[in-house]
Design a protein around this ligand. Structure first.
Ligand code: ADP
Length: 578
């Protein structure tokens, strides 16, 4: 059997680029991309990508060159997900919420050869280019400035430019009969994505064609996305390439509905007008949908499938969004894992539970997607797996084909992330008896009170049960007796008037005593990263200046007793043993 050939007929490098050619052949006249008044078919999208790829080659873009882009969810950014790698290059989609300094750092670090800029982002991009120029001159670096191409509004052109080149002009100059050079090495890079940096400075995460292909397929399967979906771009395409659905919608012959911003009006309008069937978003977007003004809200004529992740979705919020007719699947992932790595795969036997119980099960982060060989929760010091009891905490580790190639030009960080055959996520979690993983915290965020670990996610989950709470973040605060105790930062719903004592009282009803925040601070806005994640390090710095009030009642350190854990956790454990 060993003598049988490995040849071009039975071995082809895996790449998501094959999805586009197939969509153009099979769904040629079906709508591929819709953006306001603009509508393309798959045949047109394929042709436009061929043109752009050939235009990039004629601008001297060659194998492994980095092409950066700063744009919201517009057709051009979708097309670049295919055209840039078709030209042999690596796509670097930059987060549009970053400031000029960080954008300049990314352009310099990635040595971008071309920088595509959406017209709305010309001011910040201009500042970034100035900073880049100054830094290159200062460093006397060999790297040169990137070529700049502005992407004007495709629906209603504005005429805004920064230099000579414009996207549509480039596309029209390209060759529609461009022939894609076959990818020979499936591990060659396809995309470069910088992490949002909740725990350290942003790092450049490199994906391979193979990793992108396999992750795309397993997310389609994990989410159960059927053919011809109508997909709303409520998740930024710059976020892990839209959790691979940039490539995935082509693989299913779907329709991409592009929107420039995730306002309630734009999302409801797109859902209603185009019959959206699927969308991805962080749990924070649920609040936008829930808080829509009556004139913005539209009734859903059919359930809309939501894949959520990026931050823990509190069970109470899951319950509320599903009551509007959305059906949520919860996933967990990170940039280094090409987006979602775990999905809370629903099991039919859970259908019989109450709405509240179902939401509690769904709030768990889940089991590995098919491209991952394994997931585990380990003690990082001993590499010993934790008990599957839903209680013992450790670091979540992953291994498999969705994991990045490594961090660009950072061998040290790469080798620190890959240890003993595993990728270390920096997230703290538990494994339930049914094998489902539940995240409890980032390693740096765990609160240790009298030797007992308190999961800030658990405390936040209780806070979100209070109807006045829109956003909550819990961090450690110094405690004169127990070392640390929880401090809560809260954003209240508009016109809500809950006071500190009421919130603490609410937590007492829902949490063991030692987990109840000792101080509650109200804020108009919680500090967030460019991807909308709450920046706990900022809150921690504030909380460090507080001191928890000492209570007379408690004289012994809190113990990890099963009866002490919150009732909800007991329920989840019991259900997961069934
Ligand atoms: P950064 O690590 O810089 O924040 P990412 O955008 O890659 O950048 O964020 C990944 C992190 O987001 C994960 O390590 C985890 O802490 C958090 N996260 C992602 N999905 C979930 C989820 N479903 N529940 C809880 N936390 C999540």
């Amino acid at each position: 059997m060993d003598k049988l050939p490995k040849c071009e007929a039975n071995y082809v490098a895996l790449s998501p680029l094959t999805f586009l050619k197939r969509a153009a052949a099979v769904y040629s006249n079906r709508a591929s991309v819709i953006h306001r008044g603009v509508r393309f078919t798959w045949r047109q999208t394929y042709e436009r990508c061929c043109r752009l790829a050939s235009a990039l080659n004629s601008l001297n873009i060659v194998h492994n060159d980095v092409v950066s882009v700063l744009a919201p969810n517009i057709p051009a950014l979708y097309e670049m997900h295919f055209a840039v790698p078709m030209a042999g290059a690596v796509l670097n989609a930059i987060n549009t919420r970053l400031d000029a300094k960080t954008i300049a750092t990314i352009l310099k670090h990635s040595e971008a050869k071309i920088f595509f800029i959406d017209y709305e982002f010309v001011p910040v991009a201009r500042d970034a280019l100035r900073l880049l120029m100054a830094s290159l001159l200062q460093a006397d670096a060999a790297a040169s400035m990137p070529l700049v191409v502005v992407i004007d509004d495709i629906d209603t052109p504005t005429g805004i430019r920064l230099g000579e080149l414009e996207y549509e002009a480039l596309v029209s100059q390209g060759n529609p009969r461009f022939v894609l050079e076959e990818i020979t090495d499936e591990l060659s890079p396809i995309a470069l994505n910088y992490t949002s940096g909740t725990t350290s400075a942003p790092k450049g995460v490199v994906y391979s064609h193979r990793g992108a292909y396999l992750s795309t397929l397993s997310l389609i399967l994990g989410w159960g996305m059927q053919t011809e979906p109508v997909y709303l771009w409520s998740l930024p395409m710059f976020h892990c390439n839209g959790w691979t659905f940039t490539w995935g919608v082509a693989a299913r012959g779907g329709t991409n509905v592009c929107i420039r911003s995730t306002t309630a009006a734009e999302m409801y309008d797109a859902i209603y007008t185009h019959g959206v069937t699927h969308m991805c978003c962080a749990p924070i977007v649920f609040n936008i949908l829930l808080d829509a003004k009556p004139h913005e809200r539209r009734r859903l004529s059919a359930p809309v499938e939501i894949l959520t992740g990026g931050a823990p979705p509190p069970a109470a919020l899951l319950e509320r969004i599903e009551s509007l007719g959305f059906h949520v699947v919860h996933a967990y992932g990170l940039t280094e894992a090409t987006g979602p790595a775990l999905v809370c795969e629903w099991q039919k036997k859970w259908d019989r539970f109450s709405t509240e119980e179902k939401a509690a099960l769904k709030a768990r982060q889940g089991i590995s997607i098919l491209t991952l060989a394994d997931v585990d929760v380990k003690d990082p010091a001993t590499m010993k797996s934790v008990a599957r009891d839903g209680v013992e905490m450790g670091e979540i580790v992953l291994r498999g084909s969705s994991i990045m190639k490594g961090y660009l030009k950072d061998e040290k960080a790469t080798s620190e992330a890959f240890r003993g055959g595993w990728f270390f996520t920096g997230d703290v979690g538990v494994i339930h008896p049914d094998g489902y993983v539940e995240i409890k915290d980032r390693s740096k965020d765990v609160i240790i009170s009298g030797g007992e670990n308190i999961s800030s996610v658990e405390v936040e989950g209780a806070l979100y049960k209070h109807l006045d709470v829109v956003e909550a973040a819990v961090v450690a605060m110094p405690h004169p007796v127990w070392g640390e105790s929880p401090c809560a930062f809260i954003k209240l719903r508009e016109a809500a008037a809950a006071k500190e004592a009421e919130i603490i009282q609410h937590c007492r009803k829902n949490l063991p005593h030692f987990m109840v925040p000792k101080v509650v601070k109200f804020m108009d806005e919680l500090p967030k990263t460019s991807t909308g994640k709450i920046q706990k390090f900022q809150l921690r710095a504030v909380a460090r200046t507080f001191e928890a009030p000492v209570e007379k009642r408690r004289s012994t350190p809190p113990q990890r007793k099963r009866h002490d854990r919150r009732q909800n956790q007991e329920q989840v454990l019991a259900m997961s043993r069934l």
